[in-house]
Design a protein around this ligand. Sequence first.
Ligand SMILES: Cc1cc2nc3c(=O)[nH]c(=O)nc-3n(C[C@H](O)[C@H](O)[C@H](O)COP(=O)(O)O)c2cc1C
Length: 499
Amino acid sequence: MIEINAIKCHIGGMASITIRNLDESTKQALRERAARNGRSMEEEARLLLAELEQGAGSVEVAASGRPQAGPAVAARPSPEPAISGFPAAGKRVLLIISGGIAAYKSLDLIRRLRERGVRVRAVMTAAAQQFITPLSVGALTADKVFTDLFDREDEHDVGHIRLARDCDLVVVAPATADLMAKMANGLANDLASTALLATNRPVLIAPAMNPAMWSHKATRRNAESLRRDGIHFIGPMAGEMAESGEAGEGRMAEPMQVVEKIGELLDTRPKPLKGKRAIVTSGPTHEPIDPVRYIANRSSGKQGHAIAEALADLGAEVILVSGPVSIPDPKGCEVVRVESAREMQRMVEAALPADIAVMVAAVADWRSKGEAKEKMKKEGGKGPSHLELTENPDILKGLGHHKQRPGLLIGFAAETEKIVEHARAKLERKKADWIVANDVSPDSGIGTTEGGVMGGDRNRVRILTREGVEEWPELTKQQVARRLAARICDHLAAVTATA
Ligand SMILES: Cc1cc2nc3c(=O)[nH]c(=O)nc-3n(C[C@H](O)[C@H](O)[C@H](O)COP(=O)(O)O)c2cc1C
């Protein structure tokens, strides 16, 4: 058997190769190596080229027996993802683009996936090529684009069966009414439909069509069959169609929605909080004075939302009760939106029972006593109106004394002085298990350019438990969230072990 270095010598020094043009012995060695590793010959050659590029110059290129340059089948290695932490990073997606007007969205989808470290290989139907070109798709995937079932070269190098299986997920975006009909009926008369019939991988489709086509009985039947066959769907969404004057259900989901669904389907990270239910509060509350004015604070919701998402990432079922914020909903959580402290308390208690409760919201301590029904008027010469305040319910204390008290109750304390002393008193008074204390004073030195801890992206916290105080370094709010979620996991595991 020929050594790996010999194969490298044959393909080395070239930006791309055509396997067909390799000499027989090299081809055989490549075939055996690919079979051993469960990869296609093309995939194997690509990895060898990637290795070569990484150790550039270390492999001598043989003077003779060098293959002819041909159309690109091997591509550049995947670059480092520009966006880290995506659950499907390093996974491979076969993207099938069919011929709908939403095909342009697939270009953005490829970019979004690649910047998250997902490898994308594309198949285009003949109709798709009427809308976008294989050239632009190939430039974005940095790979060959497959278009023809009967291409001798592709069939030799990869083969339609390998193409359908050398991936972790097949995504059809956009999925036309026509391709859905073929899939539902097992037709295989072009490369896209044949790959879909031959694949043994999960399939996700993003239908996109005119609302009349989507609501047609034939499409309804096909969609129903596909769901029964275990095909995953994202969309279609309701809204304006690309054709002017048309609106309704049929729009392709936005590329980022497809990306999120792909992340969900390919997420194989451990889920130690699976089966646990968590309630998280986040953001400020707005306490009405009259129909147009309210009392509020500077909380942005960034820390609470990040904690909700970190718990959901670890498999918890998360109900996020959020005050008014202008940041996106965290992924994987059920979000309940409220305005005032009283509403927040009602919704938190309605979400009980829970294993974990993390009360992060900056709930207003006071509200206006007697909300004015009409807008309060400025009456000339009388000076400002007198605003009488009354105390709001204490949500954390309410939970600490509740008959359905969550198993682990965590409160947040935003303090500007005597941080530990005040947080310790809060822990006792409210019957919480932990208090996460943060210094929100202007001289805390955190996020001074972003407006401080409240509203900023960084935080430095202390965790007070009945056992002591942990000082955490200054971190991003996402890091605090992930660390807290991991700390919660460890605590619950220890409790289970001693039970
Ligand atoms: C301008 C134009 C836009 C189209 N948009 C869509 C569409 O959004 N969704 C759809 O299902 N079909 C659409 N079609 C029809 C498909 O292109 C046609 O059914 C084609 O045969 C689909 O082939 P494919 O499924 O192999 O890609 C459109 C046709 C034209 C001419």
